[in-house]
Design a protein around this ligand. Structure first.
Ligand SMILES: Cc1ncc(COP(=O)(O)O)c(C=O)c1O
Length: 479
């Protein structure tokens, strides 16, 4: 082989400068048109499973396809067949927004394509990540010992937090693993969370080698908040049986109803019992930038770790989940493992030491741009508006004899039922979603199917809220 070998490519194969600019200009136009007009589309595509696959090439192309054709196909096959999370009437799960500043940041992050695994591999990304996490810490009024780093999702952040909790309680697990420790431990390691905790906590436990039975589900009060007395009793039962409690997960903003566990009471128990307290504030943590909402989370500052997702309610593109912990040591002790080829001599915090992954996307850029472009006041105003819309939905439906509000509305999510029972609720959701004008989801409370309206998109206006209420009332009247 020589450098003149004709089988070697004589160009990069990448887009030439002019082609790149043309493609980016077109992508910019597509994105801006999409965001301007997304509210005119049906929220959900009216398609069946397999409809998209049938339009996609079965085999990969052997030869280059022009960006013109690829973007045509994107507009023809992909974009219209998405469920539109950026639609102002997307009220399912937790509604979110990928905002303009976040979009700009994601484009730039993709252009630099840095891998923020070590300070050396991307100094600005690593330092920006620490700084924006500290901004967030200040925004939700936490003491300065909390430090943050960014993961993809709350599921990952919680996994990392519970791994640190496990390491603090059972340092031998790092060398011996659970199986190796079993002989010495005899009893079972256990963690506690409310019966309304998100499934990601069970998945973390599974990943860490616990069984789902070792995630004790603590009963809740009438407002879906963990009963701290029941927590204390469950821990006592486990201790008496020779088991090993090591962590409690409290939720600030549960998925079904957005209830907030009594964090102070749970923290009292954790301090007394020497248990790690992790707070899952994936959804509601962003709203804690409003002091009146932060007040609902008294005791948050006593946690060992807290997860909040700016990609849920701080208008940052998926994915962006911030894990705040008291210093980095707990994470480093659980995870740091520096291969020779990754050693550097700077005295810095290297993000690869804070979790299982080595390679890391440059997520801090979008969080930084969104916080700056909205400003703290701008973010607070939007969150307060979403909460006000939720109160309006609750008031209007509650005053109607066909509907009942079945959970308090502390934030921006409303849970209600139709008086016709489960079948009517399922049918109501089906028909509302079939209109294409709104997207609702369900949950289960006390064995009952419940309709959820989750508000959190920047483009949602009183007009969309009115339209939703009117649609629900008119469909509800037919059931
Ligand atoms: C309270 C809560 N925790 C965790 C999660 C999981 O979030 P993620 O998709 O970022 O893993 C969710 C998802 O909605 C949630 O509502």
């Amino acid at each position: 082989m020589t450098s003149r070998d004709p089988s070697l490519p004589d160009d990069t194969g990448d887009l030439a400068d002019e082609e790149l600019r043309r493609a980016l200009d077109r992508a910019t136009a597509i994105a801006a048109d999409y965001l301007r007009d997304v509210g005119e589309r049906d929220v959900l595509p009216q398609i069946e499973p397999g409809d998209v696959s049938r339009q996609l090439g079965v085999s990969p192309p052997a030869y280059p396809v022009s960006m013109e054709i690829i973007l045509d196909d994107y507009q023809r096959i992909i974009e219209p067949n998405l469920s539109h999370w950026n639609h102002p009437s997307f009220f399912s799960y937790f509604a979110i927004t990928g905002s303009g500043p976040g979009l700009v940041a994601e484009t730039l992050a993709a252009s630099t394509n840095v891998n923020a695994m070590l300070w050396r591999t991307s100094p600005a990304a690593v330092e920006l990540e620490a700084r924006v996490c500290d901004w967030l810490r200040q925004m939700i009024d936490l003491p300065s010992e909390f430090v943050g780093h960014i993961n993809d999702t709350a599921s990952s952040s919680t996994l990392v937090a519970l791994a640190a909790a496990r390491h603090r309680a059972f340092p031998g697990v790092r060398q011996l693993g659970w199986v190796g420790l079993a002989r010495e431990l005899q009893g079972l390691p256990v963690i506690y969370a409310s019966e309304h905790v998100h499934s990601s906590i069970d998945k973390s436990a599974l990943t860490l080698g616990l069984g789902t039975e070792q995630v004790r589900k603590i009963e809740c009060d009438a407002e879906f908040r963990m009963d701290a007395g029941a927590l204390a009793r469950a821990i006592a039962v486990d201790r008496a049986a020779g088991n090993h409690p090591f962590a409690v997960v409290a939720t600030a903003g549960t998925t079904s109803t957005t209830s907030i566990d009594p964090i102070n009471a749970v923290a009292d128990i954790c301090e007394r019992e020497l248990l790690w307290l992790h707070v899952d504030a994936a959804y509601a943590g962003s709203a804690a930038i409003c002091p009146e909402i932060r007040q609902l989370m008294g005791g948050l500052e006593r946690a060992d770790s807290i997860v909040l997702n700016p990609h849920k309610w701080l208008f940052v593109q998926v994915d962006c989940s911030v894990l705040l912990t008291r210093g980095y040591d707990g994470l480093r002790e659980a995870f740091s493992l520096v291969a020779e080829y990754l050693e550097t001599d700077e005295d810095v915090v290297n993000p690869m030491d804070l979790g299982p992954q080595l390679g890391r996307r440059f997520r801090a850029l979008k969080l930084w741009m969104v916080i700056r472009a909205f400003g703290l006041d701008g973010l607070k105003r939007r969150i307060r508006a979403h909460c006000a819309y939720a109160r309006l939905v609750a008031e209007r439906l509650d005053s109607h004899d066909k509907f009942e509000i079945v959970a308090p509305v502390p934030l921006s999510t409303v849970c209600f039922v139709h008086t016709g029972g489960d079948a009517a609720n399922v049918e109501l959701i089906r028909r509302v979603n079939a209109t294409g004008k709104a997207f609702l989801s369900h949950t289960s409370l006390g064995g009952q199917t419940v309709v959820r309206v989750a508000i959190g998109n920047l483009r949602t206006t009183p007009h969309h809220i009115d339209a939703l209420i009117n649609t629900v009332i008119s469909i509800g009247a037919e059931l």
